[in-house]
Design a protein around this ligand. Structure first.
Ligand code: NAD
Ligand code: WQD
Length: 292
């Protein structure tokens, strides 16, 4: 029988790419999502996958899903992720991202599910830490409530794992996801650069505004570690088979920094197009460089 893997938030961008990768690797993904940031109609390649419309903060509803399955592991993608919105509505972010995490761990505990993978983020690294960021680099001084939800979530998971010696927790700190077999379909104006560039290419937007060209980098624009979402998805497989219980932390990046202008040029070459852009002011909260 195929091993069943619960993906909370599995209808979203990284979750749906991971569901596809799990199918390709012989697992049976099961998706729980409240569709607050995704469509109820999934990519056709996920036809046949069991999907529940459930909010992970609803303990009874989540518990009912666990009653119907025998989960080998849970991958926690469920969360709100708009950095700027988190500054305006911090309680929504803490309530959803941390409340949902605690409820999920409670339900796992009640059902004796002992393997957990968590979508963390490069945003947990202290911007003052030296580059490249490694798993032992300092964390904290996050620049938004969103970032702090990831920081506190990691703490909660590490404390839970320490108290449960049979538990296996893997914290995956993603850098900047782009592309993927299933493209991101953001609602409204994209917050992230890659879907914005794609919308310029598709004619939905006139031009990209490059946020700042006076950073101390090789061309004055910010440097990030952009990683293909299909590669991110693949890196969720190994933690499902880790043999020794305990807590593991892993960066999920390429190890190469790319400037905004280099990213635009790469996109233009790969898609044989021109992306019009203009320089604008720096965006509040951006750091000059981030790569692992
Ligand atoms: P996404 O918004 O596309 O997917 C998240 C999914 O979670 C959505 O389908 C949403 O409807 C669902 N969700 C939110 N709250 C829920 C709740 N209470 N109950 C059930 N479902 C809920 O985001 P993504 O880019 O796929 O990110 C997945 C995870 O990875 C998130 O936790 C995010 O914070 C983290 N992450 C993302 C990035 C990135 O740049 N995309 C980088 C680092 C970490
Ligand atoms: C990348 C670069 C912008 C839009 C965010 C979160 C982080 C993580 C990944 C979840 C920056 C520049 C952007 C635009 C631009 N998410 N840019 N014009 O800010 O590195 O990371 O997503 O954990 O926590 O903060 O990603 O894609 O928003 O920006 O010039 O219209 O593109 O200034 O240098 P970021 P991003």
């Amino acid at each position: 029988m195929k091993q069943q893997i619960l993906l909370t938030g599995g209808a979203g961008y990284i979750g749906s790419n991971t569901a596809l990768e799990l199918l390709n690797s012989g697992y049976e993904p099961v998706i729980v999502d409240n569709f607050s940031n995704s469509d109820e109609t999934l990519d056709p390649r996920l036809d046949g996958v069991t999907v529940y419309k459930v909010d992970v903060t609803d303990r009874a509803a989540l518990s009912a899903v666990f009653d119907k399955h025998d989960f080998h592991a849970v991958i926690n993608f469920a969360g709100l992720k708009a950095v700027a919105v988190s500054v305006e509505q911090p309680l929504d972010y803490y309530e959803n991202n941390l409340g949902g995490l605690i409820t999920t761990l409670r339900v796992m505990e009640a059902h004796n599910v002992t393997r957990f993978v968590f979508s963390s983020s490069a945003t947990v690294y202290d911007p003052a830490a030296s580059l490249p960021y490694t798993e032992t680099s300092a964390t904290g001084h996050c620049n938004s409530p969103y970032g702090w939800t990831k920081y506190f979530a990691e703490r909660i998971i590490l404390d839970y794992a320490a108290a449960h010696p049979l538990f296996t927790a893997t914290l995956l700190r993603y850098f900047n996801p782009i592309k993927g077999a299933i493209a991101e379909k953001p609602r409204g104006v994209p917050n992230n650069i890659y879907p914005y560039i794609r919308q310029v290419h598709e004619g939905l937007r006139d031009k990209l505004i490059v946020f700042g060209n006076d950073y101390p980098t090789r061309d004055g624009t910010c440097v990030r570690d952009y990683i293909d979402c299909t590669e991110i998805a693949k890196r969720h497989i190994a933690p499902l088979e880790t043999e020794k219980p305990g807590a593991y932390i892993k960066n999920i990046g390429t190890g190469t920094g790319t400037t905004v202008l280099e990213l635009i040029r790469q996109y233009e070459q790969e898609n044989n197009c021109t992306i019009p852009y203009e320089f604008g002011p720096r965006r509040a909260g951006d750091i000059a460089e981030c790569y692992c």
